[in-house]
Design a binder for this molecule. Structure first.
Ligand code: PLP
Length: 411
């Protein structure tokens, strides 16, 4: 803008200094540019499920169409009664006790509620323990809220389990909360009860809140079972996040929820803050809210996709086989979710800057991935692969990655 004849630069706020979200960062910008130039990019970068022909159950789509004419109004800030009731039943099924309608908040995707829950909690100097690697929204949300993200390591050598000793060692008097992403994005790890119990014990000892992201809790392979950490105690405060984006393949409907459970009595002030922020954004989109009870009460079609012979299961197996057949590439086989997080042997692939590496792959082979450091993984030796494309496309894309890596070794 020109003020008094002089142009004044418009800068972003200082709050954004430590905020980043590389999944949609500079490499994606370059990919878009290439597409505008007419190139076809193979996108293994974003868990945008419906984009790969994995559509939401028809029952949900038809309900959305049916409900649309009556959903033009705002709702209660926390959300409509019927979907919250359905979520209450779902939390009972998962063994989370003492959840009332009042403890359930609907959001425009889980993302909105994740940011809200951090904003309502954190003061400058407050620390939140986050996994490394993480889903980077958490690191961004903590930083945006004025808090300090502190990463605990997940251990690749033990199937990407959280390193409890590291977690313990990073707790300070300023630590307010622990975030766990279970099932995990980007590693595909699924935490057994014993690991969750240790985390609950730490939270109990140090009076920490547990934020549990369970958005992939039905996307499970090999007959795995998901345990909600909030079902393991009622003397710790839990905020559990979930939604329709992944298990019901409806990312674009922007429909998520948050359940507050456990030790709520001492959190009245925080809950008041959550209610205020929920009111300020008025409400979650109404059509998306109404899809929830249809989804939770309907046929759980994700089971067909993850069962032996199911599309997601076949794609996971194929992507895993093809990637681990590349010299110097190792990977923990995912037990859940939609991603692989392979490691490149640094001796064979001496990468200094993994964003540059991913950009070179894009330019050379027109395959789009996200670099490991985009998930707050410290060393430049990992990348994330989304295994949503059909088998033929996965074969083609991973073939191109293998060819690029072969060239890289010969440099
Ligand atoms: N949490 C995790 C772990 C995710 O992977 C994602 C999306 O990829 C989200 C939350 C975002 O969910 P929503 O679409 O409900 O905002």
């Amino acid at each position: 803008p020109v003020v008094g004849g002089k142009a004044r630069a418009v800068s972003k706020s200082a709050k954004l200094a430590n905020v980043c979200y590389d999944i949609r960062g500079p490499v994606l910008e370059r990919a878009k540019q290439m597409e505008d130039e007419g190139q076809r990019i193979m996108k293994l970068n974003i868990g945008n499920v419906a984009h790969f022909g994995l559509m939401p159950p028809e029952e949900i789509v038809q309900d959305m169409i049916h409900n649309l004419p009556d959903t033009a109004g705002y709702t209660d800030s926390k959300g409509l009664f019927a979907p919250r009731k359905a979520i209450m039943h779902y939390s009972q099924e998962k063994g989370i006790s003492g959840v009332t309608i009042d403890d359930i908040y609907l959001g425009n995707g889980a993302s909105e509620l994740i940011v809200m829950s951090m904003n309502a909690l954190l003061n400058p100097g407050d620390e939140v323990l986050l996994p490394a690697p993480d889903y980077p929204l958490y690191t961004g949300a903590v930083a945006l809220s004025g808090g300090t993200p502190v990463h605990y390591v997940c251990d690749e050598a033990s199937d990407w389990m959280p390193d409890i000793a590291d977690m313990r060692q990073k707790i300070t008097p300023n630590t307010r909360a622990i975030v766990i992403i279970n099932p995990n994005n980007p590693t595909g790890a699924l935490y057994p009860r014993e690991v969750l119990e240790q985390i609950v014990q730490l939270a109990r000892e140090h009076q920490l809140i547990v934020f549990a992201d369970e958005i992939y809790d039905k996307t499970l392979y090999d007959d795995a079972e998901h345990v909600s950490i909030a079902s393991l105690a009622d003397d710790v405060l839990f905020l559990t996040f979930n939604g329709l984006s992944k298990n019901y393949r409806a990312c674009g409907y922007r429909s998520g929820w948050m359940i507050v459970s456990g030790e709520k009595r001492h959190a009245r002030d925080y809950i008041e803050g959550l209610n205020m922020l929920a009111s300020m954004r008025l409400c979650a989109n109404t059509p998306g809210q109404l899809a929830i009870q249809t989804a939770l009460g309907g046929y759980q079609s994700i089971k067909d996709l993850v069962a032996p012979g199911g599309r997601l299961r076949r794609q996971r197996d194929l992507a895993y086989e093809l990637l681990t057949a590349i010299p110097g590439v190792t990977c923990v086989k995912p037990k859940a979710a939609l991603y692989l997080f392979p490691r490149l042997d640094p001796k064979m692939y001496p990468i200094a800057d993994d964003q540059q590496f991913i950009l070179e792959l894009l330019e050379a082979e027109r395959v789009l991935l996200v670099q490991g450091t985009g998930f707050n993984w410290k060393s430049p030796d990992h990348f994330r692969v989304v295994f949503l494309p059909h088998e033929d496309d996965l074969r083609e894309a991973i073939g191109r990655i293998a060819r690029f890596l072969e060239g890289y070794r010969k440099r």
